[in-house]
Design a protein around this ligand. Structure first.
Ligand code: DGI
Ligand code: FE
Ligand code: FE
Length: 194
């Protein structure tokens, strides 16, 4: 499917407000992909589809997680806000014909992150935090950092999310902690070879 068809398909799944967010993530993903050398076309497709299942009922998401061998079951023990990402990747593959594993992984990990994230995954995950419609304390700082250093911006973004969850007494999904640790290790490795 081309961009227009995918956009039309997504529009039917989400609210107008969420659709504006998706257009913002799409534009920001293309910019970040261009700046940091990821595939712009793949970034665009992953961004368009990243929140496809955002408003699917909790029960429907739970059922798909339970019956899909590729989706880790431990997700069910964590915040349901995490669920739309891996389910979105599955639906993109089964219903929208997306075969490219890099695109599917960018959708799959856009919320949780993961260890050793690929460039396309970083692009969509960071774009999701900083797209122009996002308003939260510290977003301007993240936008500035994203222009200088994508990894540093993601470390800050995951740090903010982890702090937010801890301050509310909520669990943190291990992949998010691993994503941040892994980005910090990548940075240290670069510094050690200086
Ligand atoms: O779908 P969006 O609202 O555009 O953004 P998202 O997919 O990044 O966000 C989902 C929400 O998930 C975010 O507000 C924080 C929440 N959340 C709950 N538990 C976790 C979590 N996010 C991460 N990264 N890790 C968690 O363990
Ligand atoms: Fe999302
Ligand atoms: Fe999003």
């Amino acid at each position: 499917m081309d961009r227009e068809k995918l956009l039309a398909a997504v529009k039917q799944q989400v609210t107008d407000h969420r659709y504006q967010h998706i257009l913002g993530v799409m534009e920001t993903s293309i910019q970040l992909a261009r700046q940091y050398g990821a595939n712009e076309k793949k970034a665009e497709i992953a961004a368009i589809l990243h929140d496809y299942c955002k408003f699917w009922p909790e029960d429907k998401l739970r059922k798909i997680i339970k019956r899909t061998p590729q989706i880790p079951k431990d997700l069910l023990d964590y915040d349901k806000e995490l669920w739309h990402a891996p389910v979105g990747a599955e639906v993109a593959k089964q219903e929208l014909g997306i075969q490219d594993e890099k695109i599917l992984n960018a959708i799959r990990y856009h919320t949780s992150g993961r260890e050793r994230m690929k460039k396309l995954e970083k692009v969509v995950c960071l774009a999701d935090y900083i797209e122009p419609n996002r308003i939260f304390p510290g977003v301007e700082e993240l936008r500035e950092l994203a222009k200088q250093d994508m990894d540093a911006a993601l470390i800050k973004a995951f740090g903010n999310t982890i702090t937010f969850l801890v301050n509310r007494g909520k669990k943190v999904y291990p992949l998010t902690v691993m994503a941040r640790n892994s980005l910090l290790s990548e940075k240290n490795a670069i510094r050690r070879t200086d």
